[in-house]
Design a protein around this ligand. Structure first.
Ligand code: FJE
Ligand code: FE
Length: 296
């Protein structure tokens, strides 16, 4: 990258923050608490992203048996453990730092429950699938914390969940092209990350305080979603002298298709949603196992 003035280093068109939304707590599932940033009225849909929840769950709360069709769910554990079970007999644990990338496709029915008595928290992102991919076979990709691509340089650490950063690529296959990076910046550190021009992009702050997009902007606190405008990259600074900054940077290629959502079913038309409700009710077209299955 070329030097420049130190502002928006190397980018022909640096992305700036065009919207900031503080995610407040709400209850979801069975007694679970989530901070929803995408999927509420302020940011209903950030194509291809349907929902971003920062969830905090203590037993007996959780997300008992429920269906999905037409999109992917990406669960990234920040603390504690979740256990998942589905109607095809798949079962597993997602521990701190692990990622479960679930392509629901034509249909999954599953339960997602906390597995420790303490705090179990993480991020769940819903990524839409294109009309061509909505009815594909369900698939899981698991990325364990110890297998995750990680780089540290000049006070910046990145965990590469999807896409590429600082020369490291994630093995996760993204059917809808997606970048998902978890950054930790030591006090005084800065990072300049390129992002494909036509993609929608956002930042969600987890810890500390960060300056994003332009060096003159004010520091942003945890639980804020920052929607980025157009451009080829974004700059980020930790101006604190004592606190670590942690945030995720997520970007995706927009699908530019109609979206009709009915809770956990996301299709292109209302006729397809009506069909999906019937399929789930009668156990057809991918929901064959739904009629009799219950989680343990
Ligand atoms: C869902 C209500 C829900 N955010 N974060 C309605 F709560 C859910 C749901 C989740 C969820 C699960 C986890 Cl592990 C983390 C979440 C919402 O399961 F799918 C619908 N339709
Ligand atoms: Fe789910």
């Amino acid at each position: 990258m070329s030097g420049g003035s130190g502002k928006g280093i190397g980018f022909r068109c640096p992305r700036s923050v065009v919207k900031k939304v503080l995610a407040r707590q709400q209850s979801e599932g069975d007694g679970a608490v989530v901070r929803r940033s995408i999927g509420r009225m302020d940011v209903k849909y950030l194509d291809p992203f349907l929902m971003l929840d920062e969830f905090t769950v203590t037993p007996p709360a959780g997300f008992p048996d429920h269906p999905h069709r037409g999109f992917e769910t990406v669960t990234y554990m920040l603390q504690g453990t979740f256990v998942h079970q589905d109607f095809a007999g798949n079962e597993g644990k997602i521990r701190t730092g692990d990622v479960q990338w679930m392509t629901a496709g034509r249909g999954i029915v599953h339960s997602e429950m906390p597995a420790t008595d303490g705090v179990n928290k993480g991020l769940q992102l819903w990524i839409n699938l294109s009309s061509n991919d909505k009815m594909i076979e369900p698939r899981y990709q698991e990325l364990l914390s110890e297998e995750m691509g990680r780089v540290e340089k000049d006070g910046v650490e990145v965990c590469v969940i999807a896409g590429e950063s600082m020369g490291v690529r994630s093995p996760v296959y993204t059917r809808t092209p997606t970048m998902y990076l978890d950054f930790t910046l030591k006090p005084g550190a800065e990072m300049h990350q390129s992002i494909p021009e036509s993609w929608n992009a956002f930042i969600y702050v987890l810890e500390g305080e960060g300056v994003f997009g332009s060096e003159e902007s004010s520091p942003v606190q945890p639980h804020n979603l920052l929607v980025l405008g157009e451009g080829d990259g974004v700059s980020m600074w930790n101006r604190s002298t004592s606190k670590t900054l942690r945030f995720v940077l997520i970007a995706g290629q927009p699908l530019n298709e109609p979206v009709v959502q009915h809770g956990p079913f996301v299709m292109n038309t209302s006729a397809q949603i009506e069909q999906t409700i019937r399929d789930y009710q009668y156990g057809k077209n991918g929901f064959e196992m739904a009629k009799y299955w219950r989680s343990k």
